[in-house]
Ligand binder design. Structure first.
Ligand code: COA
Length: 155
């Protein structure tokens, strides 16, 4: 069957699909946990990738200020990784926030190489406002955080 890949803003019907995509990465500690209710509450901030109608990837945009957003909850199902889907999702997010006039996007990640290819650069975590760290309390790695901060400036 021909594969039709689409990257788009999420609909409320995508909640379970998003939940299932992130579940294995929550279980292995790569992503912070999110409930279906929490995903539904923030559904307008999600981008999804689908293959033939099945959600296979997602990302959420979190707005911190007029200038600064975070890309988070980025995941692509294992069996369709390394096919450019992650890149398409992030580029869609970039398009969305650029149109809104956002100036800077940051990520907290362990996938430095992936984000370098998308034009992000490593920065010191200390430059971000305190509210950025409020969710860290949910993380099992709280005091042994192995994520780096990366930023992309939009022009
Ligand atoms: C990170 C992730 C979303 C990448 O998704 P993907 O669909 O495999 O990525 P793509 O195929 O679009 O990769 C884009 C480029 O980055 C490279 N890349 C992807 N993952 C990489 C990794 N972990 N390390 C190094 N390079 C990587 C690819 O080789 C590709 O390079 P190319 O453009 O030169 O061919 C996916 O690995 C994932 O879901 N990881 C688990 C959750 C996670 O870590 N999320 C990030 C939290 S911020």
């Amino acid at each position: 069957m021909e594969e039709i890949v689409k990257v788009r803003e999420a609909f409320i019907d995508d909640v379970d699909g998003i939940y299932n995509v992130i579940k294995p990465y929550v279980e292995n500690g790569e992503l912070l946990p999110r409930t279906q209710d929490d995903i539904a509450d923030h559904i307008r901030n999600f981008v999804v990738a689908e293959i033939n109608g099945e959600v296979v990837g997602c990302m959420a945009i979190k707005f911190y200020s007029k200038e600064l957003v975070e890309f988070r909850t980025l995941a692509v199902k294992k069996d369709v990784q390394k096919r450019g889907i992650g890149k398409m999702i992030v580029n869609k997010g970039i398009d969305i926030v650029r149109k809104m006039g956002v100036k800077r996007i940051f990520v907290l990640t362990r996938s430095e190489e992936f984000f370098v290819k998308l034009g992000f650069e490593v920065v010191k975590k200390e430059i971000f406002p305190e509210k950025v760290w409020s969710d860290c309390i949910l993380c099992p790695k709280l005091n042994r955080c192995d994520e780096i901060a990366m930023i992309k400036k939009l022009v």
